[in-house]
Design a protein around this ligand. Sequence first.
Ligand code: DX5
Ligand code: ZN
Length: 207
Amino acid sequence: MVSIAPSMLGADFGKMRDAAELVAPHSSYLHMDVMDGHFVPNLTMGVDLVKALNGIAPLDVHLMVTDPVHFIDDFYDAGADIISVHVEANNPREALVKINQKNIKSGIAFNPSTPKEKIIPYLDIADMILVMSVEPGYCGQSFHENAIDRVKYFKTNFPSKIIEVDGGVSTQNSAILSKNGADILVAGSAIFKSSDPLQTIAEMKKS
Ligand code: DX5
Ligand code: ZN
């Protein structure tokens, strides 16, 4: 069965703990989107917010920052169970090595506009492939269909890797993504803008 990681960026920031506690029993991870206003135009959450949710569910930290290597220690200390860095950022290899030294899972993320071959040189040291299905920066964007073929390609050619898909994921595309090999589906708006978030999670898991 596919695992679900609600993207907390889609939750009401004033009620973050309540939102996390609601979805946690039905989810494998809480997905935490960290943006620095430089790698992407937006600023979102930092170390203290991640720390505040530590212990509610395992934490999947997605770093959309220019220099991820500077932040690995802090997010590890905040309780991250997975840390992903972008292939488009500075020194992804150094960051992945640092994550692996912490004995948590490491992920290499890449944007829809980045050729998929760019991440292959990092697969010797990354546990997870984070296939972005929107250009990073914001919740609520529409799903890039090329993610489906990318999931299939990496599941077929690198079957030992965990495949996570992030961006525009919903009950409309969860079935095709899991059928093609996705292991973890990240969803923000589809869950938190739903009138029944837990029902939405259940439907995505069934797919
Ligand atoms: C985009 C983030 C995603 C986003 C997902 O930059 O990495 O995790 O919050 O939100 P939805 O599911 O609404 O696209
Ligand atoms: Zn994300």
